[in-house]
Design a protein around this ligand. Structure first.
Ligand code: PGA
Length: 220
């Protein structure tokens, strides 16, 4: 990953049907082709395969990521999706999002198992941290700083706080550092500079392709 070029992650969360996901890709494609950095598209599990086919067949400048990954390697775990099962489709997996930590009680031990499974399957974790007290498993490359108060609230953290966070993180290792939480076309440029390499955009401004295109264009 070239840290000099911006990285944008689109996390659609549990939204959209396949038809809508397909239309989203169609709408975003023009802006994506012009974008010099990397866009990681994270639809729900059932749409990873069709998204993969569409993106690869049409040479679209989108990489695929999953929104999560199982803590288990494989086997008798009904409803889970193992890293090895989607390793051919995705290059990235979001791990440790606050919505997983809160709604599914994912603790550090579980998250470390997820990171390990992803890495064993050659999937790059995008590890979300909520504040300075969040522990970070070893050997990670991409960290997303995502303060809970900023997620889905249109109340983003200040660019100063975000830069400070990135600076402190950098002192502990070489990371690609993202900011997530109410990122919009209007504020994205205030974040992506110096210590922050990109953004993680959730439902607020990724579901509507026009809003997401606005973010891409602001960083180009
Ligand atoms: P938001 O979500 O962009 O809707 O605030 C960010 C996230 O959940 O990562």
């Amino acid at each position: 990953m070239n840290r000099n070029l911006p990285l944008i992650v689109a996390n659609l969360k549990a939204n959209k049907s396949w038809d809508e996901v397909s239309t989203w890709i169609d709408d975003v494609v023009q802006a994506a082709q012009k974008f010099k950095g990397t866009i990681i598209f994270c639809p729900s599990y059932p749409f990873l395969n069709s998204s993969f086919q569409k993106i690869s067949q049409n040479g679209i400048n989108l990489k695929l990521g999953s929104q999560d990954i199982s803590r288990f390697e494989q086997g008798a775990y009904t409803g889970e999706v193992a890293a090895s099962q989607i390793a051919d489709l995705v290059q990235f997996a979001i791990i440790g999002h606050s919505e997983r930590r809160q709604n599914f009680k994912e603790d550090q031990k579980i998250l470390e198992a997820k990171v390990k499974n992803a890495q064993n399957a050659k999937i790059e974790p995008i590890f979300c941290v909520q504040d300075e007290n969040t522990s970070i498993p070893k050997s990670l490359s991409i960290i997303a700083y995502e303060p809970v108060f900023a997620i889905g609230t249109n109340n983003p953290d200040s660019p100063e706080n975000v830069q400070d966070f990135g600076k402190r993180l950098k002192a502990n290792g070489t990371y690609t550092i993202l900011y997530g939480g109410s990122v919009s076309a209007g504020n994205v440029k205030t974040y992506v500079k110096e210590h922050i390499h990109g953004v993680l955009v959730g439902a607020t401004n990724s579901l509507d392709p026009q809003k997401f295109i606005g973010i891409i264009s602001s960083l180009n």
